[in-house]
Design a protein around this ligand. Structure first.
Ligand code: MN3
Length: 223
């Protein structure tokens, strides 16, 4: 019989792991024909995994190994460029894959739909504004639908692997949907045609996941 104290001591490195690289929630070809299998494979297994590994390397031996990624992002002005780029890259892609789970409703419903209509006039007008943010982002970055800390839906865009949780972002809040507009997200299939990729992205969004994230964000800010 192994004493309990040893079980606990040897379990900590596994169960105490704050940061983990999540499996892709579907197969590489699940987003076809809108996003091709090779793009998903390279994007997830090279780019996304690379951000995670570089982030883990950058925080090795520091207290950030035990700090949630959300807390790290919210205090990003204190940390290095390497942690900013790779911590952001890891977090952003987790959200990106999660909201594209195939087979969900193609439009929001319930409170999210009501609040979209209140904030933007209609669902279609919100999509137009997010598309504009995605198209206007020069070079690499992201377009976002967020919940600001006063509980409003808003659209914003960030360069590189920044995101709206970072205290250096121009408009801050909880991201509930993000479009990756780095060329690595679309170039194999769409080449320079970012607009076509962005249009097709909407065919993949699972709005029940976005709605769940919306309600979680509201509860985090006490709304
Ligand atoms: Mn990417």
């Amino acid at each position: 019989m192994v004493p309990l104290i040893f079980i606990i001591a040897f379990s900590i490195p596994v169960f105490g792991q704050v940061h983990t690289f999540k499996p892709l929630p579907y197969s590489y070809n699940s987003l076809e024909p809108h996003i091709d299998a090779m793009t998903v494979e390279i994007h997830y297994d090279r780019h996304h995994r690379g951000y995670f590994n570089n982030f883990m390397q950058a925080i090795k031996g520091t207290e950030l190994e035990q700090t949630s990624i959300e807390t790290i992002l919210k205090n990003m002005s204190k940390y290095s460029e390497t942690i900013r780029n790779n911590g952001g890259g890891w977090y952003n892609h987790d959200l990106y894959w999660e909201i594209m789970i195939p087979g969900g409703p193609s439009k929001p419903s319930g409170k999210l739909l009501q609040d979209i209509e209140k904030q933007f006039g209609s669902f279609d007008r919100m999509i137009e504004q997010i598309n504009a943010a995605a198209m206007q982002r020069f070079g690499s970055g992201w377009a976002w639908l967020i919940v600001t800390y006063d509980g409003k839906l808003a659209i914003t865009s960030t360069p590189n692997q920044d995101n709206p949780l970072m205290d250096i972002a121009p408009l801050q809040g909880y991201p509930i949907l993000g479009i990756d507009v780095w060329e690595h997200a679309y170039y194999l299939k769409y080449q320079n045609r970012r607009a076509d990729y962005v249009q097709n992205f909407w065919k993949l969004v699972n709005w029940s996941v976005v709605e769940k994230k919306y309600l979680e964000a509201l509860s985090k800010i006490g709304k």
